[in-house]
Design a protein around this ligand. Structure first.
Ligand SMILES: Cc1ncc(COP(=O)(O)O)c(C=O)c1O
Length: 320
């Protein structure tokens, strides 16, 4: 091989090594099944996991299905981890895995430091990147910090399903062929045909605009005061004051804007008495849409509907 070839012969460093699955939860099921065979130790889960009547729980269903032991770790009102408290759980020796969710596509903690802490106690870290495909932190893609990571394709593209995972230790078995964990050809083709980078740019631009509007309104508080460089938020999470979340949600739906509330309902295993902060957040969060189908042509009407809804719900004049 010449020092400088005419064409590239080795693009290994650019290969993403994605292992495609039917969904993020299928990826998680595959990882947990493999790990449960290796060890009887459990998994530490964040105490903010949602449940929906239609979709079940993307995070908790694989835990129940595989029967792996679990315990929850506490999060603060911005879903950040208390390292001391997590360390006391890691120290018990009861766990082989820690599950870290990058909620709404943005990292809530120093992920590198958390991986280090986990490894001190021989615990492997799974990053849940279901809310972002190209989100990063400190110049590195999310999903490349931990030992394993899972992604959801349909949350960031127009497919109806699809996911993938990274096996950065290279110790997981291949997905069983022909099982319901495999991605469909149709989803894979649509994903390959989607300009994810362009969609990501539009999503970030939309976030910047929607978050700028939110800052102007009393009664609303941005969940993220700022987002780290390289973040790709899934939507714009906002805390609604005075118990008005439900009212604002309904008002927006009535006005043809469909927000979500991640997560309005927590799995029953995360009890209110043990995790009051998680429940408070679940009752006050609303996630405003910032997906890439929204363009600058929609901004003026979107902002005006939002403003009217806030004025009506809070019975005030926003003066903006
Ligand atoms: C944080 C998180 N992880 C994983 C999942 C599962 O994603 P999927 O629908 O691709 O299985 C979801 C959504 O349900 C989620 O919100």
């Amino acid at each position: 091989m010449a020092f400088i070839e005419k064409e590239s012969k080795d693009l290994k460093q650019y290969l993403l090594q994605r292992k495609y699955t039917a969904s993020a939860r299928a990826a998680m099921t595959h990882i947990l099944r493999a790990k449960k065979i290796e060890s009887s130790k459990g998994i530490l889960l964040p105490a903010y996991i949602g449940l929906s009547k239609i979709e079940g729980s993307g995070v908790f269903d694989p835990v129940l299905e595989t029967g792996i032991n679990y315990e929850f770790y506490n999060l603060n009102n911005r879903l950040s981890i208390d390292f001391d408290s997590v360390e006391s759980q890691l120290k018990t020796g009861k766990f082989q895995l820690l599950f870290l969710i990058h909620y709404f596509g943005c990292p809530q903690c120093d992920t590198e430091a958390l991986v280090k802490l986990c490894h001190t106690y021989n615990v492997l870290l799974i990053e849940d990147c279901a809310h972002t495909i190209l989100g990063g932190l400190n110049g590195k893609l999310l999903g490349t910090f931990g030992d394993y990571s899972i992604f959801s394709i349909h949350k960031s593209t127009s497919t109806k399903d699809g996911g993938f995972y990274f096996d950065r230790r290279g110790d997981l078995p291949d997905l069983p062929l022909g099982s319901n964990l495999n991605i469909s050809t149709e989803t894979l083709e649509t994903f390959a045909n989607t300009d994810v980078l362009a969609a990501t740019r539009q999503r970030v631009l939309n976030y910047m605009n929607v978050s700028k509007w939110v800052r102007q309104y009393e009664g609303l508080e941005l969940f993220f005061e700022s987002i780290p460089d390289g973040s790709v938020p899934l939507n714009c999470p906002v805390i609604v004051a005075d118990g008005k979340r439900e009212a604002l949600y309904n008002k927006l739906v009535e006005s043809d804007i469909l927000p979500t509330a991640l997560y309005h309902t927590l799995i029953p295993e995360i009890g209110k008495a043990d995790f009051p902060i998680s429940h408070e957040l679940a009752n006050s969060i609303i996630n405003l849409p910032t997906h890439p189908d929204i363009t600058s042509a929609d901004y003026s009407a979107y902002q005006s509907i939002l403003k009217n809804a806030i004025e009506e719900v809070f019975n005030c004049d926003t003066n903006t």
